[in-house]
Design a protein around this ligand. Structure first.
Ligand code: NAD
Length: 342
């Protein structure tokens, strides 16, 4: 696939995995725009086909460097994640909402682009329930009472995309991710964003790190469930959204399988042969997402997308990757030590 690509947030966890996949598929050229807010430069592979622009997509000088030469655009930039956005809603606005608006304003007249794929989040539409969950479909209602500025920004990105699609014909497709895990997620990557969540990004890499270092795994809500999807599957889904997605549409990228946080912790301890203890803690007060998983029907029907990786296989790969990248991960975590509560 000898295409040219623009990836906003391409040095991040999902972005860097997408870059590797596109290079393997024969990309002609990839431009990455990333301000390294929650990423490391060395996440990106070295390749003469990659142009790296370090800066924010809200910066007019960065935008001026982007002209009408891209076949596909992937917009993955975000202010990572829920807790940082609650700590600093304005920073979230700058890096999670304004990013989408300024990108769309810049590219709205470009004639070459075939698709703009936007990474949205399944947590914005899932019903907030601790009763048995039903698979969240793409047309599920969006709550007007979301849990964080992050979630608000993600859904506003969808709304802006829909507007630019209808008004300006921007070929916009939305991919709603469930909880992504896998190699390439560096704990502590990027700059301090005001809370320990800068280091403890997501539950799967955090539990793996703690299991590998003998620290206890704290399960804040044992009955809560999530739909964990391996990063290679997410990348496959993003490529399918770009190549086959219908303009203006939204697709869940989900495994369709529900796993409790307690089951995840126990699986990680077992697979990493760890002596770490699993401790049950208090429920997170801000988080009203109880049990949830995504419906896979539409993406399977329209994109032939199936998340093939079984959770245990994906976790084994992620454990191996963390073992092999321990020095890099420790260096990033150490950078935030002065801010972290002891
Ligand atoms: N990982 C998940 O479980 C998950 C779940 C749902 C949705 N998503 C979405 O997927 C996308 C990728 O997530 P990720 O897990 O790779 O996160 P990430 O933090 O690793 O990647 C986000 C990237 O955006 C960059 N960025 C932030 N502000 C920017 C700006 N102003 N200009 C340019 N770049 C900027 C960051 O430096 C980082 O490289 C995000 O949009 C996220 O909201 C992720």
């Amino acid at each position: 696939m000898s295409h040219t690509y623009l990836i906003i947030g391409g040095a991040g966890f999902v972005g860097s995995n997408l870059v590797r996949r596109l290079l393997a598929d024969g990309a002609a050229q990839i431009t990455v725009v990333d301000n390294l807010l929650s990423a490391e430069r060395d996440n990106l592979p070295e390749s003469p086909l990659i142009e790296f622009i370090e800066g924010s997509i809200t910066d007019d000088r960065v935008l001026a460097r982007l002209d009408d030469r891209f076949d596909y655009v992937f917009h993955l930039a975000t202010y990572h994640g829920n807790q940082s956005s609650m700590h600093d809603p304005l920073a979230d606005h700058e890096n999670n909402t304004l990013t989408t608006l300024k990108l769309l304003e810049r590219i709205k007249g470009f004639g070459r682009i075939r698709k703009v794929v936007y990474s949205s989040a399944g947590c914005t539409v899932a019903e907030k329930t601790f009763d048995d969950a039903e698979a969240t479909t793409e047309d599920a209602p969006v709550s007007l009472y979301l849990d964080s500025p992050y979630q608000i920004s993600k859904i506003i990105g969808e709304l802006y995309g829909n507007y630019y699609f209808q008004r300006h014909g921007v070929p916009f497709v939305k991919a709603r991710f469930q909880n992504v895990y896998g190699p390439g997620e560096v704990l502590g990557a990027g700059r301090w964003r005001g809370t320990p969540a800068t280091v403890w990004r997501n539950v799967a890499p955090t539990f793996i790190y703690r299991a590998l270092t003998g620290l206890p795994l704290l399960v804040e809500n044992e009955e809560a469930t999530r739909d964990f999807i391996y990063v290679d599957d997410i990348v496959d889904g993003l490529v399918r959204c770009a190549m086959q997605g219908t303009l203006g549409e939204v697709y869940n990228l989900a495994s369709g399988r529900e796993t409790t946080i307690l089951e995840l912790a126990q699986a990680i301890v077992r697979l990493s042969h760890s002596d770490s203890k699993v401790q049950l803690g208090e429920k997170r007060k801000w988080d009203h997402s109880g049990k949830r998983y995504g419906s896979t029907a539409k993406a399977q029907r329209e994109l032939a997308f199936i998340a093939n990786t079984q959770l245990e296989d994906g976790l084994r790969n992620t454990i191996d990757w963390q073992r092999a990248n321990r020095t890099r991960i420790e260096a990033c975590i150490q950078r935030h030590k002065e801010h972290m509560p002891s």
